[in-house]
Design a protein around this ligand. Structure first.
Ligand SMILES: Cc1ncc(COP(=O)(O)O)c(C=O)c1O
Length: 314
């Protein structure tokens, strides 16, 4: 029997907390062109993704039958796949069709979030060399009914600065949305150990960078700051927030800043496709701002982002 863990009873929280939805026990999952019930959706133990984390993925949200910012997600996916020489075996229209088929099979049009995964496929032997993956890619699409947990908006997320960093591009570029998330998983474990929900990761020079699963912003005296972008995921939501600030006369800076400036920020929030903008309640035990939940600038940006989605899907 499947073990279903209700997120809301858990001690720790994450930006991926969703309202529990029993329908997710019976979803159909796309596995290499077939739509199979969740319990029967399987990949080989020889799969490159399972063995090595050798694959790329995208997280996307469905709003009224349309995948938000599909082109931007495909730009990132296809760039990552090209860089590591994985041939997905279809073009963007083919990906869209696969996503839509999966959503339709599950009767989903809104409040749904997908994880599209593409690995180098099944290996001939259990070793690293990419040439051992000979039978083409493995493509899996999981779409779940998903409403971000309301409680997180009210409470905000607790961050702890962690020793694990998002490193230089010549190690494993933070812009690879790779199956292997061990770097981020280690950061998340360190944050949990420190009693927080998510890890705030610095860059190799010690400037504030990103969290283990989302991009990170602070607000100081009416200005919105985020890291230079050199050492973090090129988040689609991150870029939308920067663009929205620019379009609405809100001063926004991609710059180096330190923990000292983060601790004394008026507001802080995270961005990601799953949760849009999630307020930060505290960093390393220090409360951020004097509000509960989202501060005024975060709320303004949430409103602008919501409008942007509505325009995008219209
Ligand atoms: C490490 C990391 N940072 C940030 C993000 C947010 O990116 P996006 O806004 O494109 O969902 C993701 C999502 O894939 C991520 O894995």
């Amino acid at each position: 029997m499947n073990k279903v863990v209700p997120d809301e009873t858990a001690d720790s929280h994450s930006t991926h907390d969703a309202e529990d939805d029993v329908r997710n026990r019976d979803i159909k999952i796309f596995v290499n062109g077939d739509l199979v019930p969740r319990d029967e959706a399987k990949v080989s133990v020889y799969d490159s993704g399972f063995m090595l984390g050798d694959g790329m993925w995208e997280g996307m949200r469905l709003y009224h039958g349309k995948w938000a910012f599909f082109d931007e997600h495909m730009d990132r996916l296809f760039a990552g796949l090209k860089a590591v020489e994985i041939d997905i075996g279809m073009d963007r229209a083919g990906v869209l069709d696969a996503l839509n088929r999966t959503a339709a099979a599950n009767g989903m049009t809104s409040d749904a979030h997908c994880r599209l995964m593409v690995t180098r496929g099944v290996k001939a032997k259990p070793f690293q060399h990419p040439a051992l993956s000979r039978s083409g890619p493995t493509v899996v699409i999981i779409i779940e009914h998903s409403k971000p947990a309301e409680s997180l908006q009210k409470r905000g997320i607790r961050l702890a600065t962690v020793p694990q960093v998002r490193g230089l591009p010549m190690t494993q570029d933070a812009k690879y949305n790779s199956h292997s998330k061990l770097n981020c998983v280690i950061a998340c474990l360190q944050a949990e150990q420190a009693g927080a929900d998510e890890g705030l990761m610095l860059d190799p020079l010690g400037f504030v960078n990103t969290t283990n699963a989302c991009n990170f912003f602070i607000v100081r005296k009416g200005e919105v700051w985020t890291s230079t972008g050199d050492y973090c995921m090129n988040g689609v939501t991150r870029q939308k927030i920067i663009d929205l600030c620019r379009a609405n006369g809100i001063p926004v800076f991609e710059k180096n800043y330190s923990l000292l400036e983060a601790y004394s920020a008026d507001e802080a929030f995270l961005t990601g496709t799953f949760g849009a903008q999630t307020p930060v309640a505290e960093i390393d035990g220090k409360p951020i701002g004097d509000h509960t939940g989202a501060g005024p600038m975060t709320r303004r940006l949430q409103g602008l982002y919501k409008n942007l989605i509505e325009m995008h899907i219209a």
